[in-house]
Design a binder for this molecule. Structure first.
Ligand code: G3P
Ligand code: CA
Length: 272
């Protein structure tokens, strides 16, 4: 028999709310995370950026321009050039109403950029957190700051609650650093580049040295990839899967979870 290890994150296919329930509500806002939990998500995602004064905030883009509105001096340009106090002047809900009038809600206007600390406090004990170190090469110290916040919230380290947090990154260097600093923290290697067929096993062999999961772009997922990851004890969490036929296709391949903007749709598919 071939060596076949089971994935170690969870037994069931995991519903990972990509930036929250970001189809129906503005990404990375309390409205989106609340809705994700109401829709049956197992995990809520947070993409991390670091401010000029070293605070970890939750925003996908390194720039404020797409989703933030407010005084130009505070709410345009790069997050890393602003202080936390400046970002407190920005609003991140109204862009969604303008972009998606069919899904707009008056209550979205006024949503604020959250710090990671605020998110972990708000959802303590009632959510699992799937946190991405975003462009960590532009934010020296991001890993150390992240670990400090997670330790403060009892999510990693001695006596920590088990299985409440996963950290993901496209950067192997960022994940290797986290693994060296805190080997008990469970990590997922994201992957967007094409993988040459003769490089797949070597790539997964290197990932298994520090991670418990592999998060490929959905176009990269094949039966061979899923089987090769599972043979190495790695769970497979493709991103970002919003169409039901693709959800069903990936389910049939045996993936262990999916990032989706539509947690309700994925939950409904899994119930069928
Ligand atoms: O983290 C999985 C997926 O979110 C990666 O893509 O650009 O949406 O962060 P992105
Ligand atoms: Ca992400």
């Amino acid at each position: 028999l071939p060596l076949l290890l089971t994935g170690c994150i969870a037994a069931d296919v995991q519903v990972i709310a990509h930036r929250g329930a970001s189809w129906d509500a503005p990404e990375h806002t309390a409205a989106a995370w609340d809705l994700a939990l109401a829709q049956g998500a197992d995990w809520i995602e947070q993409d991390l950026q670091m401010t000029r004064d070293g605070q970890l905030v939750v925003l996908h883009d390194d720039s404020l321009d797409r989703t933030a509105r407010g005084p130009a001096a505070d709410c345009t340009g790069l997050v890393r050039e602003k202080t936390r106090a400046q970002l407190a002047n920005c609003e991140v809900g109204s862009w969604f109403n303008a972009e998606y009038p069919d899904r707009a809600q008056a209550s979205y206007v006024g949503a604020r950029i959250a710090t990671l600390d605020e998110v972990l406090t708000r959802y303590a004990g009632r959510a699992r957190f799937y946190i991405e170190t975003k462009r960590p090469e532009d934010a020296p110290g991001m890993e150390d700051s992240l670990l400090a916040v997670l330790r403060r919230h009892g999510l990693v380290g001695r006596g920590a609650q088990e299985g409440r947090v996963l950290v993901q990154s496209f950067s192997p260097a960022s994940l290797r650093r986290l693994h060296a600093l805190e080997p008990r923290l469970q990590l997922v290697q994201l992957w967007d580049d094409d993988i040459a067929p003769d490089r797949l096993e070597a790539l997964l062999d290197s990932v298994r040295a520090y991670a418990v999961g592999f998060g490929p772009a959905r176009r990269l997922v094949s039966q061979r990839l899923v089987d090769a990851a599972h043979a190495r004890g790695l769970d497979v969490h493709p991103y970002t899967v919003n169409a039901e036929p693709v959800m069903a296709f990936l389910f049939d391949l045996g993936v262990d979870g999916m990032f989706t903007d539509r947690p309700a749709a994925l939950r409904a598919m899994l119930r069928r």
